[in-house]
Design a protein around this ligand. Sequence first.
Ligand code: 5GP
Ligand code: ZN
Length: 113
Amino acid sequence: MGDCIFCKIIDGEIPSKKVYEDDRVVAFHDINPIAPVHVLVIPKKHIPSLLDLKEEDKELVGYLHLVIQQVAKEMGVDRDGFRVVTNTGLHGQQTVFHLHYHLIGGRQLQWTM
Ligand code: 5GP
Ligand code: ZN
């Protein structure tokens, strides 16, 4: 999709450290991690943000959650817990407009918004 960074990561045009990939979903380490574990889980389908989800994406969103669960286990954060974040729009400080879930863990997180 045009100049979307995450579509380029999916296509391999921009290198990334992938931790999971299948026909619908990719997960890779965030380039600027805020915690020992900071992985981005994204659909291969270019959906700009949560606000653009459609009825037809319901199954994909459920599937993304199952992938997040699996990656959390593989990253070893399932025992102590983790956080899943989808920044949306201006106030949410979304910077990349391809739907993504931040999987953050590996340390005690605070609730400082
Ligand atoms: P947002 O701010 O939209 O919620 O999250 C975008 C995330 O993508 C940021 O945490 C940022 O560090 C990450 N990011 C931006 N460009 C790249 C990149 O080229 N490679 C990787 N691995 N992460 C990126
Ligand atoms: Zn994209």
